[in-house]
Each structure stands twice: as structure tokens, then as C-alpha cells.
Ligand binder design. Structure first.
Ligand code: COA
Length: 179
């Protein structure tokens, strides 16, 4: 699924294109980033390219590049996955790939923009964020954005031979059940 630009103050979100693979290949092979994500290096350029094509053709995934406004540098990605128009929900995931751009508020703004887009433009009611329990930084980010802890899945994900507890956070769009 592709979309137009979503403007923020310090960053904007845009669709991904094939030229982005050259940058993204470094991020998806950086264990500092992938330790908290549901894929594992090594990932080849061809695999990353195939992933991009599949995502852009998918009717249930929408992945945005996060771009720093001043420099126009692509610094990370944020994606809505398993978008289900019937149940009006989706999962969300984010990473800042350019690690020197972490801690600058870009993740916060990207999350706010993507959530607003999911609620207002895609008319979703609930957005879920599955987060590794050890990822305190991400938990802080999602709580700050208004996500509430829904449940813990004990040993919810097998990563490098280790079972990891996964916390499911949920954001209710305005007008959704209970709001
Ligand atoms: C999690 C991640 C997306 C946060 O993005 P970011 O741009 O660095 O986040 P922000 O600068 O907007 O900070 C958001 C909150 O995170 C927390 N945070 C930021 N830097 C932190 C640090 N070094 N240590 C602990 N918490 C930190 C703070 O609560 C911060 O809010 P505050 O500045 O108001 O206190 C980014 O660190 C990342 O890509 N991590 C690796 C991949 C990952 O874990 N993705 C999420 C999978 S669910």
C-alpha cells in the first residue's frame, strides 16, 4: 500500500521506494536495532528489495519512511501491518535506523503522525503494538503516545533460541469502543 506525504514539524512520513534499499540494508543488519524486532540479520540486499516490493504491493501493510525535515535524510521506518478493515485494527512497528538520530523526539512524532493517519484516514478503531518486555525505551515511547498496556504474552516470541515475553499495547482511536 502506498500513500502521499504526511507532514510533521521535525519529520515527515513518505512511501518507500527502491532507492531506499541501499540505506535500509544497513539498518536491518544492525543488531543494536534488530535486537527488539521480529527479524534477524543477516539480510541480503535482494531480500530487502523483495520485502519492499511485497510491502508496497500489499493491501494490508503500509510502511512509511521517516525523513528528517532539515536534512531530508531518511532516518527510519514506521509501519502499519495486518491492516484489517473488517475488524478495524492493525499492528504498528517503528525503528530509527540512523542511530545518531535516536533520542531527538523523532520516534514520538512519527508515532503520533502514523496513529493519526490510521485513525482518521484508514478509519481504524484499534492499533496494537507488540513490544518485547525488555524494550523499556519503546514502552516509554508508546505510553507517551497514549497506548495502554493490554496484556503480556509470556514467552510470546522465539528470538535466537530464547523465548521472550511480549507486551501488547493498544491505542483506541477516538470513537472506538470504550472511548
Ligand atoms: C524505540 C525508538 C523507536 C524510539 O525512537 P526515538 O526517536 O529515539 O524516541 P524519542 O526521542 O521520541 O523518545 C521517546 C521516549 O523514549 C524514551 N527514551 C528516549 N531515549 C531514551 C534512552 N536513551 N533511554 C531510555 N529511554 C529513552 C523517553 O521516554 C522518550 O520520551 P521523553 O524524551 O519525553 O522522555 C528507537 O529507540 C528505536 O528505533 N529503537 C530500536 C528499535 C525498537 O526498539 N523499535 C520498537 C519496536 S516495538
Amino acid at each position: 500500500m502506498k500513500t502521499s506525504i504526511i507532514e510533521g514539524q521535525k519529520i515527515y512520513l513518505r512511501s518507500l521506494n527502491e532507492e531506499d534499499v541501499h540505506v535500509m540494508i544497513n539498518w536491518v543488519n544492525n543488531k543494536h536495532i534488530t535486537q527488539y524486532l521480529n527479524f534477524e540479520p543477516p539480510i541480503s540486499e535482494e531480500e530487502e528489495h523483495d520485502w519492499l516490493i511485497a510491502v508496497n504491493q500489499s493491501e494490508t501493510d503500509l510502511v512509511f519512511g521517516i525523513v528528517e525535515k532539515g536534512s531530508n535524510i531518511h532516518i527510519g521506518n514506521i509501519g502499519l501491518h495486518h491492516i484489517d478493515k473488517k475488524t478495524e485494527d492493525a499492528d504498528i512497528g517503528i525503528f530509527i535506523g540512523e542511530t545518531d538520530r535516536e533520542g531527538k523526539g523523532y520516534g514520538t512524532e512519527a508515532l503520533q503522525l502514523a496513529v493519526a493517519y490510521a485513525c482518521r484516514e484508514l478509519h481504524l478503531k484499534i492499533i496494537h503494538a507488540p513490544i518485547f518486555a525488555s524494550n523499556t525505551r519503546s514502552i516509554a515511547l508508546f505510553e507517551k503516545a497514549g497506548f495502554k498496556k493490554e496484556k503480556v504474552i509470556s514467552k510470546g516470541y522465539l528470538k535466537n533460541g530464547n523465548w521472550i515475553d511480549v507486551v501488547i499495547y493498544a491505542y483506541l482511536c477516538s470513537g472506538a469502543r470504550g472511548k
